[in-house]
Design a protein around this ligand. Structure first.
Ligand SMILES: NC(=O)C1=CN([C@@H]2O[C@H](COP(=O)(O)OP(=O)(O)OC[C@H]3O[C@@H](n4cnc5c(N)ncnc54)[C@H](O)[C@@H]3O)[C@@H](O)[C@H]2O)[C@@H](O)CC1
Ligand SMILES: [K+]
Length: 476
């Protein structure tokens, strides 16, 4: 087993806007309307991609596979730029170029262009410039197979061919890429499963693409956490109440995670209490007065909660309190019977943190457009919805959405979701401290969860995250 990052990684991405195919086209059009020539933008894109390739794959033989559209156009630029740097480059065309820019770039490539059928010898590196953000259908199986055989390693230009830009769907048996070079901006398929798993690494080739100010989707980024200052007390650092039930361990994970994320005061309400470590955790017997304290900053409910009448009464009590609340696990099952309207009883933000099964039970089948499904769920419920998984999608009722990088797969183990719930609760409790809103608070929590998992390392168990959180939060 390897402790290093063998799951897909984003590298050096500073521009965190994520654009759909249509938004990318609109941004390009804005440039062209402003007088930039399309071939100049393509030259910039191809040169930027070639510079990245030259640095990382020095000395390898290259085979550039060009499609008929502008992705193929990028391919011709890359071939020329690599040849000028001394690389041995062959170019293969799937079909003649169809766009003006691609035609122009093919004309500037002075070497031979082979037909796909004629390629016998694979190269060390095959560059997939077949299809990019203009892909409209699945990749033909024989083409996928050809691509797999064309190089010992592959690099995808903008997107791996066969992936759907806006959903991350990827049909068929598509080959893996050592590198994907996103052109101008990240697209949803760079972050969403399964497409995101087709690349070991994803980097961004910078071009002068203007990012529309009203774009609504972005990559989850490091949160701006404020350190405590001498004037703080336990209540200014946030009081979190965690309401547990039948399985007390799950609620303990949430409560201790809330503590380790920096909450000033965490209270755990249970059906029975005992004195145990950590002694700093205040354990109380559940009754409704637990929720009567005006100093409560946020509430978490769900981990370890069964579907009994008592549990339902607890959830009803939480939903009546005008304080930020996160609902997970058992609370989501109960919410199904209470009805989503209950989330709107008070003005304070509500956060739902379902995994796929819980999501489907509450909102219906996810289908193959995870992002659209989560956005719709947030809109209809009025809550911030965080769909957990290898790449986590978060949506706010106002249409804003965010996607995480791919999380360490070691997180797929019991109890890690309970930990996330606790972190969410603390970030909600600390909204005034850090000066962010609930949508940002949830992103902060997911980011901390991923970083804590990296810190905890392979074969982590949920309890390890609790300890890893301490350093993670301190360094955020
Ligand atoms: N518009 C521009 O000027 C720029 C575009 N850029 C590149 O252009 C790409 C987008 O170019 P396009 O919009 O031309 O689209 P693509 O080059 O991605 O593909 C479009 C062409 O492929 C066909 N097609 C789509 N999916 C297919 C499939 N599965 N099997 C067979 N044929 C298929 C379409 O009918 C069309 O002819 C980006 O991904 C990026 O690489 C960059 O050069 C930056 C500048
Ligand atoms: K491609």
């Amino acid at each position: 087993m390897s402790a290093s990052h063998y799951w897909p990684q984003l590298e050096g991405i500073e521009q965190t806007a994520v654009l759909t195919a249509a938004e990318t086209r609109a941004a390009e059009q804005a440039l062209f309307d402003g007088g930039i020539a399309p071939i100049d933008l393509m030259e910039q894109a191809g040169q930027a991609a070639a510079a990245i390739i030259a640095e990382r794959f020095a000395g390898r033989t290259m085979l550039v596979a060009c499609g008929p559209g502008n992705n193929g156009g990028d391919g011709y630029v890359i071939a020329r730029a690599l040849a000028e740097r001394g690389f041995v480059v062959r170019v293969v065309a799937l079909a003649d170029p169809r766009t003006d820019s691609a035609k122009a770039m093919r004309a500037r490539w002075t070497g031979p262009v082979e037909a796909i059928a004629g390629v016998a010898e694979p190269a060390e590196v095959a560059i997939d410039a077949l299809f990019g953000s203009g892909q409209t259908r699945a990749l033909a199986p024989d083409l996928a197979q050809w691509l797999r055989a064309a190089g010992k390693q592959r690099i995808a230009i903008d997107l791996p061919s066969g992936t759907v830009t806006d959903t991350g769907a990827a049909e068929g048996d598509l080959p893996n890429n050592a590198l994907t070079i996103a052109i101008g901006a990240l697209k949803p398929a760079h972050l969403l499963l399964p497409a995101a798993t087709l690349s070991d690494r994803t980097v961004l080739a910078p071009i002068d693409l203007p990012i529309p100010a009203d774009h609504k989707l972005h990559l989850v980024t490091p949160p701006p956490l404020r350190d405590p200052h001498p004037g703080d007390n336990k209540y200014t650092r946030g009081k979190v109440v965690v309401i547990g039930g039948a399985m007390a361990g799950a609620a303990h994970l949430s409560a201790i995670a809330a503590m380790r994320s920096g909450a000033g005061y965490v209270e755990l309400a249970l059906d029975q209490t005992e004195t145990a470590t950590p002694y700093a955790l205040v354990r109380r017997l559940w009754n409704e007065t637990v929720l009567a304290d005006a100093r409560i900053s946020a509430i978490a409910i769900g981990p370890g909660l069964d579907d009994s009448a008592e549990s339902r009464a607890k959830l009803e009590a939480v939903l009546a309190v005008d304080r930020p609340a996160v609902l997970d696990a058992g609370a989501l099952a109960l919410l199904k019977t209470i009805g989503l309207d209950a989330l709107k009883r008070v003005a304070a933000p509500r956060v739902l943190t379902p995994h796929e099964g819980e999501f489907a039970r509450l909102f219906g089948r996810i289908g193959n457009d995870r992002l659209a499904a989560v956005r719709k769920a947030a809109e209809t419920s009025g809550a911030i919805v965080l769909l957990k998984g290898g790449s986590t999608v978060i949506a706010a009722p106002d249409g804003r959405a965010a996607i995480t990088e791919i999380a360490p797969p070691w997180l797929a183990t019991a109890g890690t979701g309970d930990v996330l719930t606790g972190i969410v609760a603390t970030m909600l409790a600390q909204m005034p401290v850090h000066g962010f809103d609930a949508f940002a608070a949830v992103q902060a929590a997911v980011w901390l969860h991923i970083r804590a998992a990296e810190r905890a390392g392979p074969v982590l168990i949920a309890d390890d995250l609790l300890f890893a959180l301490k350093t993670t939060v301190a360094k955020a």
